[in-house]
Design a protein around this ligand. Structure first.
Ligand SMILES: NC(=O)c1ccc[n+]([C@@H]2O[C@H](COP(=O)([O-])OP(=O)(O)OC[C@H]3O[C@@H](n4cnc5c(N)ncnc54)[C@H](O)[C@@H]3O)[C@@H](O)[C@H]2O)c1
Length: 352
């Protein structure tokens, strides 16, 4: 296995997690961190790697083959395009960008450089999601009918000390709901239309604090998703799946998926079906799979290395993540107009 030189741009909340996973991934050699903030310099010093305030200086001085971009959403496109043009594969944090034009710029730059551009929808790497996908793909639910996803928690006041999180480009739709949208697309298939209502009545920021969303899947299934960062509740993937150490785990479900033959809950993987008969008067059997634990951020980092080496195909390419962004932006557009927003049919292309 070749040790590939990697750098992390952006050493904030999630950047620090990537630094940790890059250090633990034997295929990568963490060589630099770029972040103008003192936390970036301190982190680089702590791990004995080079620190750059300006990422373009880092690109000109280091020969990088991989870069993780963990900066605010609005900066992703510029940084990703520069890294790709410099010959480095990128793992861009989600959302891939905050506009579709910027997301397309990343797709185009990856295609021009013939380099992978992956996006950090880490839930796809979670063994719970992988198990659910295997069940659904093997027709374990029958024909997908409907799903309900909850994304409700209370973010503490200090979370909003970081200005971009409460301004256009931030907010729980782009920061959090996009994870649920990407996950339900991964599990249930492409989204064809969206309706939504948002509210900022509680926090009063420029961006919403709560949204209720209706999804129509291309296969005819329907979904409802509720997101709020101001509701005291355990029903969200981050707390329920326990995939990041910073979230104390709660033993609840957050996603409920139903088909013509069975239902499945996530993350507990409760599987409900009829053993005998099939009707609401018959006995419904619930089975629980052993909990599939694993660190999706570490798995994502391993996968990034494998994709660079050509051993695996991208699990979440820039193009795929652009589609998740399109659905997420459609939620905003639907809420703003009060009308149903239709998504164009899936764009086929080079999924690098
Ligand atoms: N996948 C996940 O689980 C997950 C979790 C949290 C955040 N995110 C995403 O990660 C990104 C960062 O979010 P965060 O919460 O870590 O933000 P943050 O504000 O905590 O950290 C961002 C860091 O980027 C640095 N930065 C800003 N502009 C820069 C530039 N031009 N060059 C280098 N560094 C720069 C800032 O100084 C800061 O340290 C966002 O896109 C967010 O949506 C993903």
């Amino acid at each position: 296995m070749t040790r590939i030189p990697i750098a992390i741009i952006g050493a904030g909340l999630i950047g620090r997690a990537h630094v940790d996973r890059a250090l633990r991934e034997p295929g990568f050699d963490l060589v630099a961190i770029a972040d103008p903030a003192p936390q970036g310099r301190d982190l680089a010093q702590a791990h004995g790697v080079r620190w750059f305030a300006d990422y373009p200086v880092m690109l000109s001085e280091m020969r990088l083959r991989a870069v993780v971009i963990a900066t605010p959403n609005a900066t992703h496109a510029r940084i990703a395009v520069d890294c790709l043009a410099d010959g480095a594969a990128v793992l861009v944090e989600k959302p891939i960008a905050d506009t579709l034009d910027d997301a397309q710029r990343i797709c185009d730059a990856a295609a021009a450089a013939r380099l992978p551009a992956l996006v950090g929808h880490q839930r796809r790497h979670n063994p719970i999601t992988r198990r659910a996908k295997a069940i659904i793909d093997a027709d374990g639910l029958g024909r997908p009918v409907c799903l309900t996803a909850m994304s409700t928690w209370y973010k503490p006041p200090e979370y909003f000390d970081v200005a971009w999180r409460k301004e256009a480009g931030g907010g729980p739709i782009l920061i959090n709901l996009i994870h649920d949208i990407d996950q339900v697309r991964f599990l249930f298939g492409e989204v064809a239309a969206v309706q939504a209502v948002t509210s900022k009545a509680t926090r009063g920021f420029e961006v919403e604090d709560t949204a209720a969303v209706l999804l129509e899947f291309a296969n005819g299934a329907l979904g409802t998703v509720t997101v709020s960062d101001t509701a005291v509740a355990p029903w969200n993937w981050d707390l329920a799946a326990g995939e990041a150490e910073r979230f104390p785990r709660q033993d609840v479900n957050s996603h409920f998926l139903s088909g013509t033959d069975a239902s499945l809950t996530l993350p507990r993987l409760d599987y409900w079906h009829y053993r005998k008969g099939k009707g609401w008067h018959d006995e419904l059997t619930g089975e629980r799979a052993a909990l599939h634990l694993g660190d999706p951020y570490a798995e994502q980092m391993r996968h990034f290395h494998a994709v660079i080496e050509g051993r695996e195909k991208p699990l979440c390419s820039a193009l795929d993540a652009t589609r998740s962004l399109a659905v997420t932006l459609a939620v905003k557009a639907a809420a703003a107009s009060g009308a149903k927003v239709m998504l164009p049919p899936r764009i086929e292309g080079d999924w690098l």
